[in-house]
Design a binder for this molecule. Structure first.
Ligand code: NOJ
Length: 536
């Protein structure tokens, strides 16, 4: 495997709770993942990113970690994780795990000790404990999950939590926090993990004095402060101390591409998720702008771009793309505008070919290869996301994209387990055609489209990381060459357009109309003659 494997890797995101349930208790686990490693190898992915697999009370799906050096017992054991890493490596699959350095669980021994030790204690210095002001919280910061970012301890002091009240923020001005996380990184690197996905990578440093937020739409005193870069320089040295390449991918939702790129300087993180691409509407002009802005921001720091359509925090893109407004924003998620599933699927198929042809790395969220929609009609009682709880349901939260996967059969649990135990979130009744078994061998299925595309991505020397050139095409169409033998054309306009001459179709996202490319369809082309670059 090449030393620069991550630059053009296709990375599959496993949300363990919902992937495959090996022990049949209704929750996914590592035994389940191990039983599907061959499926992932056959799909053609290069690496897996695991959402947090650590012991956790699961207040926020595992982003509330109570022990960073073990495995959640419902998921398995440390020994099993080690086995999984070895088996994946045997199949040529790298392993990236989540690290959650901004906050831990209120059940973490440090937080328990802090509560027990009381105000003014060194134990409280690992967190942000403050006295209140005028009977209220120390400042006006709001939790990203709704409500105040401060909760009162039984003795009256307040502690900061940018997320749920069971996720106290760690204090990165405390050297013990640095030492602890450096040690955790080594703990897992020594067990063979190839990289870390860094949760809330922009949030670790808080502005001195914890000032009030003046303008919620401006720079926030708890996001993207310059001090975070020192942390990633420390971390990069740790990764680089290993002989084979260990990497970081940052999770930052930042408005400014230039500030975003600062995290990707050569002595910091290797890559980061491209949420501008994920949030962009299905619109040729806007997508082209995002692709250009992404490439312009990444080039000076020589970092590969990444392309992301979905993850465990956002509405599944089949659903988004079937709506009148195809963009994503957290603020708008609660509007359950009607969606046209067939239209969404058609666009999602085209988007898959677009994404897998763009230069850089690509992330595939479990179930995206099956064309799953958002489960929008989950009953309030089954919803588990703290976002739903903390906003009293005004924001429906993220459970709808986290429903356990359908593997086989015609009714729930659709092969998610073999005991028939009810999955931790109910699966829709109409998933029998969406299962892996139902799609396998069906040339028109989303699964076979992903398999073919990933196979070609490996075989085509021009794909993965490398250059791209926009081609001259009518408005509403995106077309680019990756080398003088490969081009991708995506028609986002309302009408069919002629395909470039002297080309041969390698893969199409849907039926073609002779030599015309229908609306919301994409093709990968073998080019037999150099195609002229566009003027802009
Ligand atoms: C981002 C994660 O992706 C999300 O699932 C989580 O709730 C927050 N960070 C807080 O850890």
């Amino acid at each position: 495997m090449s030393d620069n494997w991550w630059r053009g890797a296709a990375i599959y995101q496993v949300y363990v709770r919902s992937f495959a349930d090996g022990d049949g208790d209704g929750t996914g686990d590592l035994t389940g993942v191990r039983s599907k490693l061959q499926y992932l190898a056959d799909l053609g992915i290069d690496a897996i990113w695991f959402n947090p697999w650590y012991p956790s009370p699961m207040d926020d799906g595992g982003y509330d970690v109570s022990d960073y050096r073990d495995i959640e017992p419902v998921f398995g054991s440390l020994a099993e994780a080690e086995k999984l890493i070895e088996e994946a490596h045997g199949l040529g699959i790298r392993i990236i795990i989540d690290i959650v350095p901004n906050h831990c669980s209120d059940e973490h021994p440090w937080f328990r000790a802090a509560l027990a030790a009381g105000p003014g204690s060194p134990e409280r210095e690992r967190f942000w404990f403050r006295d209140g002001v005028d009977g209220g919280p120390p400042n006006n910061w709001q939790s990203r999950f709704g409500g105040s970012a401060w909760t009162q301890a039984p003795d009256g002091q307040w502690f900061l939590h940018l997320y749920s009240s069971r996720q106290p923020d760690l204090n990165w001005t405390n050297p013990q926090v640095h030492t602890e996380f450096a040690d955790i990184l080594r703990f897992w690197f020594n067990r063979g993990v190839d990289g870390f996905r860094i949760d809330v990578a922009d949030g670790l440093v808080k502005q001195d004095g914890l000032p009030d937020v003046d303008d919620p739409d401006g720079r926030l005193p708890y996001s993207d402060l310059d001090g975070v870069h020192e942390i990633y320089r420390e971390w990069r040295k740790i990764a680089d101390s290993y002989e084979d390449k260990r990497v970081f991918v940052g999770e930052m939702w930042l408005p400014d591409p230039q500030r975003f790129a600062m995290y990707l300087r050569p002595d910091e993180l290797h890559s980061a998720f491209n949420f501008d691409f994920l949030s962009c509407p299905w619109d040729a002009k806007r997508l082209r702008e995002v692709v250009d802005a992404t490439r312009d921001a990444h080039a000076p720091v020589d970092a590969p771009a990444t392309w992301v359509l979905s993850n465990h925090d956002v509405t599944r893109h089949v659903t988004r793309y079937g709506r009148a407004d195809t963009s994503f924003s957290f603020a708008d998620r609660q509007h359950k505008a009607p969606t046209d599933r067939q239209l969404g699927l058609r666009r999602a198929r085209a988007a898959a070919l677009l994404t897998l042809a763009l230069p850089g790395g690509v992330y595939i969220y479990q179930g995206e290869e099956l064309g799953l929609s958002e489960a929008e009609d989950l009953a309030d009682e089954v919803r588990q996301d703290p976002v739903f709880r903390r906003t009293n349901g005004t924001d429906i939260g993220r459970d709808g994209c986290r429903v356990p996967l359908p593997w086989s059969g015609t009714e729930s649990p659709y092969g998610f387990n073999t005991t028939g135990a009810a999955p931790w979130l109910p699966q829709p009744d109409d998933w029998s055609a969406a299962t892996v078994a139902a799609q396998t061998g069906d040339e028109d299925s989303m699964l076979e489209l992903y398999r073919s595309a990933l196979r070609l991505r490996h075989a085509e020397p021009g794909l993965g990381d490398g250059p791209m050139t926009w081609l001259d095409v009518p408005e509403g169409v995106l077309a680019f060459a990756r080398d003088d033998r490969f081009a991708c054309v995506v028609n986002l306009s309302g009408a069919a357009v002629p395909m470039p001459p002297h080309t041969e179709v390698l893969l199409a996202s849907g039926p073609l109309e002779g030599t015309d490319l229908p609306s919301d369809t994409a093709v990968w082309l073998r080019t037999h003659q150099a195609m002229g670059p566009s003027s802009s």
